[in-house]
Ligand binder design. Sequence first.
Ligand SMILES: *[C@@H]1O[C@H](CO)[C@@H](O)[C@H](O)[C@H]1NC(C)=O
Ligand SMILES: *[C@@H]1O[C@H](CO)[C@@H](O)[C@H](O)[C@H]1NC(C)=O
Ligand SMILES: *[C@@H]1O[C@H](CO)[C@@H](O)[C@H](O)[C@H]1NC(C)=O
Ligand SMILES: *[C@@H]1O[C@H](CO)[C@@H](O)[C@H](O)[C@H]1NC(C)=O
Ligand SMILES: *[C@@H]1O[C@H](CO)[C@@H](O)[C@H](O)[C@H]1NC(C)=O
Ligand SMILES: *[C@@H]1O[C@H](CO)[C@@H](O)[C@H](O)[C@H]1NC(C)=O
Ligand SMILES: *[C@@H]1O[C@H](CO)[C@@H](O)[C@H](O)[C@H]1NC(C)=O
Ligand SMILES: *[C@@H]1O[C@H](CO)[C@@H](O)[C@H](O)[C@H]1NC(C)=O
Length: 581
Amino acid sequence: MGSSSLFAIVFLSWVFFISRTNQLQTYESQVLLQLRKHLEFPVPLDIWENYNGDLCNLASTPHMSITCQNNSVSELKIMGDKLGKVSEFYGSAVPNQTLSKSFSIDSFVTTLTRLTSLRVLGLVSLGIWGPLPDKIHRLYSLEVLDMSSNFMFGSIPPQISRLVKLHTLIFDGNFFNDTVPDWLDSLTNLTVLSLKNNRLKGQFPSSICRIMTLTGIALSHNELSGNLPDMSTLSGLHLLDLRENHLDSELPSLPKGLTTGLLSKNSFSGKIPEQFGELYQLQHLDLSNNFLTGTPPDVLFSLPNISYLNLASNKLSGLLPNHLSCGDELGFVDISSNRLVGRLPSCLDTTSNNRIVKFGGNCLSIDTQHQHPESYCKEANMEKGRSRGEAIGRYRSRGCMEQHTSPKIVQDNSTSGISSEFLANARIISQAAKLGSQGSIAGRVFPLEELEEATNNFNQSSFLGEGSIGKLYKGRLENGTYVAVRSLTLLRKYSIRNLKMRLDLLSKLRHPHLVSLLGHCIDGSGQDESTASRVFLVYEYVPNGNFRAHLSGQRKHKPTLSFLIQKNVCTEVYGHMHKQR
Ligand SMILES: *[C@@H]1O[C@H](CO)[C@@H](O)[C@H](O)[C@H]1NC(C)=O
Ligand SMILES: *[C@@H]1O[C@H](CO)[C@@H](O)[C@H](O)[C@H]1NC(C)=O
Ligand SMILES: *[C@@H]1O[C@H](CO)[C@@H](O)[C@H](O)[C@H]1NC(C)=O
Ligand SMILES: *[C@@H]1O[C@H](CO)[C@@H](O)[C@H](O)[C@H]1NC(C)=O
Ligand SMILES: *[C@@H]1O[C@H](CO)[C@@H](O)[C@H](O)[C@H]1NC(C)=O
Ligand SMILES: *[C@@H]1O[C@H](CO)[C@@H](O)[C@H](O)[C@H]1NC(C)=O
Ligand SMILES: *[C@@H]1O[C@H](CO)[C@@H](O)[C@H](O)[C@H]1NC(C)=O
Ligand SMILES: *[C@@H]1O[C@H](CO)[C@@H](O)[C@H](O)[C@H]1NC(C)=O
């Protein structure tokens, strides 16, 4: 072949390639610009305006990213600032909350389905309102669909069952008010199903228990009622979050691989199944605020990996044996507001263990001023006597628990504990992002100078806001990592030992896949413990980030718990600290 004809071939294929690229790009670019118009020009898309280049080459921001393959958009993620929750929503536009009256979800989705190569679609907090049209199924390549924090209502379209490649389906924070679909088992590759914070009614469909690929199910804050089926078939399930529904059966068997089970604020009754003693992977179990009876199985406390166990506000009775053993990881136990009698087992005695234990509101023979009145307990004892044939008297040992521990934490029988919202979100993120294990890194102790440098001396320009437990600053470490620094003032009367214990706990509760608390700094602890006045907690931070932006796909940043900071997870743990003035 002559060199001129080779040149011609190269040239022609180059021309052909270019023109094809332009052709495809032009069409899809137009679709994108139309979408922007439908969405009423949200701020994160301002950079599309007057942009002449290839939209595929636009740098991602935490609020907008486009990825292309074969000159088509394969991933599109847009996150607006319209938070999807208002108290009153009746299916029509709400000024300043939803998109306007003239928004049509039908034409929006019609336009959207022209991006036929989409594999990952995230449209979060954009004010999208209306019933989600069935034709969304035309996006047949979808693997990830996240339309959280919008105003969609009605039923979840049955045609979604045809999106067989879906592995992540997230509709959190909408107003879906039909039943949970019973066709979800058509999605044979589904790993994450998250429909939290909707108005879904009816039963928990047992067809879900046939989706063997599931690793996370989150249906919390809905109106599900009735029976929870046997879940033990879901061998890959790590997270089950069904908090705040109206489920009222007995607790079923749970899958052996479960690491986080959040079943609080329902109406579960009956005993805690002995089968829970076989959940060797279990790290977090929240059964609080139900109507559970009987004595909790001893083995729950000694599960090898359990770190958080909340049984508060049930009708648990009987006595925990003094020889009860607690797992090494167990950092937080709440058995308050039940009808337990007798002494507190020694492994739950907070004076000698690094764990937080709440036990108020029972009939225990310890710390009696925070136990139920004698009259109530006589009844409880009699019930117990009947069930086990022995009556345990109550004797007083007032004060013995209070010498070395922070009374506020030990006595407070409120049931919130460390927010299980934190645990639930943490789990979903780590799953969706499919990060490899990095091992857990104990929080580092930061020198104060390093934090001062990172935040420009806690300059006003670094100030992010003030929550109920202190001021928050953003900063940048020398190595470029962005951090959020929470500044707390420590009450003098509580000891540093106590604080360190709680920091240890927090790092224990942290899932190793999560980058949350990087470390801490105690200002003044160097010389004299009593002079300690300020404590800084250092978290990894993504500027303007939201955890949803880090779901599935974009892995430039590790997923972070920036929301952890807003949700004040530590309120309880650091409840004994003042907020800084
Ligand atoms: C890209 O396009 C080519 C030719 O049209 C096709 O063979 C290939 O499978 C496509 N790749 C992807 C990831 O879609
Ligand atoms: C669902 O919500 C919409 C909008 O508020 C309402 O019009 C509709 O009647 C509700 N449907 C059901 C089944 O409750
Ligand atoms: C909506 O926002 C605009 C501008 O921020 C404000 O002027 C207006 O009062 C708001 N309307 C309502 C109903 O809150
Ligand atoms: C399901 O996932 C497997 C493994 O990732 C893949 O081989 C298969 O093609 C997927 N099935 C569908 C319908 O996408
Ligand atoms: C406990 O957790 C660790 C790390 O999270 C894991 O490697 C180990 O297998 C777990 N132990 C059991 C018994 O599940
Ligand atoms: C703690 O328990 C006592 C006694 O049962 C009860 O009166 C009180 O309301 C509880 N406090 C909280 C915060 O739940
Ligand atoms: C805060 O930073 C700004 C700009 O970096 C600087 O001009 C100002 O002097 C600083 N304020 C203090 C109190 O250091
Ligand atoms: C930067 O330093 C922090 C604190 O020592 C550390 O946790 C983080 O992994 C470092 N980041 C990089 C990219 O080295």
